[in-house]
Design a protein around this ligand. Structure first.
Ligand SMILES: Nc1ncnc2c1ncn2[C@@H]1O[C@H](COP(=O)(O)OP(=O)(O)O)[C@@H](O)[C@H]1O
Ligand SMILES: [Mg+2]
Length: 147
């Protein structure tokens, strides 16, 4: 799918957000600047607005590896695994355990195997146009047929 603008990316992120349930995992794959953090920001700010919780900054967790957002009935855990070298570093982040009360959004998820059944992978690519991206979906479980 071709995403012609940030506004279009926002629309897609909101559509995905509306279908999210606790214990879902969204995996974002694509090079630096492809739009992974921007997608996550749109998604989290949309859910904050929808739930009437405070709209916050959504920054890249490049150095912290994880930022958490508390919504009314669940948490969103936003990871960036770019700097992860060993899977055991992830044990501290709770990433390899099932976390029933959290939605996980993982940039650079291709660094590890993620043992979650309902998973939507989104692959981002640049195109010739600066404000355009190509994205592909690859889902499992409830996301299997998402387009
Ligand atoms: N259609 C688009 N989709 C995603 N990002 C876009 C688009 N058009 C322009 N951009 C810009 O590209 C940059 C993407 O950066 P970012 O989301 O931090 O990427 P990543 O997290 O993949 O490294 C942002 O500055 C964003 O505003
Ligand atoms: Mg990023």
């Amino acid at each position: 799918m071709i995403i012609k603008s940030l506004e279009k990316l926002n629309i897609i992120s909101n559509k995905i957000a509306d279908q999210l349930t606790i214990s879902d995992c969204i995996c974002l794959i694509g090079e630096i600047g492809a739009g992974k953090t921007t997608f996550t920001r749109f998604l989290i700010n949309y859910l904050q607005k929808k739930e009437g919780t405070k709209i916050t900054d959504v920054l890249s967790p490049t150095f912290n590896l994880l930022y958490e957002y508390d919504l009314k009935n669940y948490k969103i855990m936003h990871y960036d695994l770019y700097r992860i070298r060993e899977e055991r570093e992830l044990l501290n982040l709770g990433l390899l355990q099932e976390n029933e009360k959290a939605i996980k959004i993982i940039e650079w998820s291709n660094m590890i195997q993620i043992p979650v059944s309902d998973k939507l992978e989104i692959h981002f690519e640049h195109t010739k146009n600066r404000n355009e991206r190509k994205i592909n979906f690859r889902g499992t479980g409830k996301w299997k047929n998402f387009k």
